[in-house]
Design a binder for this molecule. Structure first.
Ligand SMILES: [Zn+2]
Length: 325
């Protein structure tokens, strides 16, 4: 298992500059917040929601344990939710029993079959607020939102993405995928959010045909991952500020000058990149024919090429670092 270089990971994400203008994000959210059809929620029920080339059915019941109610109350209290809000009352929450997507070819995707069998999805059908969270084990997903809106469905898929990311880590036998540098924790949080959104988008690609809804989902997921990430590191910031004086001096002492470290890292990455298939293809490019690879010139040549082309070699070395949405 290769560790991910946390500093480079954070830097790489920082460099991704395809930010949409505020107005476009707003239009996206308006579309995603609009229910695909009006659903009048009762205590329990079964609904079929149909959109253009896309449909799903879901059924729900009231909450069925006091522990679920207590959990909801605890969570909302922690987030300082107004006690008067509809969703602050557990009796307004529902337990999702089934959720099945109907694919174009007649195939079906049963969401609960993808999750561990003791998983629970609890939701509050409100149009006022939207939010999602996941806890495990056992898996319990909370969705604050009307399931008939694309936004709630996409949020749910993102939260499910966390479950799959966690399972991947278990399979790999690790607790995280980062190195143990100063920013590793921050980078790991970001990786988790991006991984969850990447999972959700993969699921969406198989469920929702290309078009406005899919594009909106992609924009939303990218933003959702970043928002969750910012929320999760906010609590770290005070701690970091307190520790930074100490940590920085430690860091300088062990790492030498920043330039040196960067140079060393680039060489390490090059050595890793040299073992990939992309390297072979790169080497065979017509413009590289005159480079004397045997004489050790390739590293300098490669550095220059990376610098000039801005090539993202990182994704070749660490394909598991979460795809760019
Ligand atoms: Zn998340």
């Amino acid at each position: 298992m290769k560790e991910i270089n946390s500093e480079q990971y954070l830097k790489r994400i920082d460099d991704e500059k395809d930010v949409l203008p505020e107005s476009e994000i707003e239009a996206t959210l308006t579309r995603l917040n609009t229910p695909l059809r009006e659903v009048a929620y009762a205590d329990k029920g079964e609904e079929r929601v149909e959109a253009k080339d896309f449909a799903f059915t879901f059924s729900y019941t009231p909450l069925d344990t006091t522990e679920q109610s207590e959990d909801i109350e605890r969570r909302l209290a922690r987030n300082h939710v107004d006690r008067g809000a509809d969703y602050a009352k557990p009796e307004n929450w529902r337990k999702l029993k089934t959720l099945v997507f109907e694919l174009k070819g007649g195939e079906q995707i049963d969401v609960f079959k993808k999750l561990p069998s003791d998983s629970e999805i609890l939701f509050c059908p409100t149009n006022e607020e939207f939010h999602g969270s996941v806890a495990h084990p056992p898996v319990r997903i909370h969705i604050l939102g009307n399931l008939a809106t694309p936004r709630s469905v996409v949020t749910l898929l993102h939260e499910m993405g966390h479950v799959f990311d966690e399972e991947n880590l278990k399979v790999l036998g690790v607790e995280d995928m980062m190195d143990s540098k100063l920013d590793a924790n921050k980078a790991e949080k970001l990786r988790r959010e991006r991984s969850a959104s990447a999972f959700a988008f993969k699921a969406i690609k198989s469920v929702i045909p290309e078009g406005q809804l899919r594009t909106d989902a992609r924009v939303f997921l990218k933003g959702y991952a970043l928002t969750s990430y910012r929320e999760s590191i906010k609590e770290d910031i005070a701690e970091n500020a307190r520790m930074s004086r100490f940590l920085m001096s430690e860091y300088d002492y062990w790492m030498g000058s920043p330039g040196e470290e960067e140079e060393r890292q680039l060489w390490d990455d090059f050595v890793k990149w040299r073992t990939t298939e992309v390297y072979k293809k790169w080497k065979a490019l017509p413009e590289n024919i005159s480079v004397s690879f045997e004489a050790g010139d390739e590293y300098g040549h490669w550095c220059q090429w990376v610098k000039q082309s801005g090539y993202d070699f990182y994704k070749d070395i660490y394909p598991e670092a979460g795809e760019s949405l």
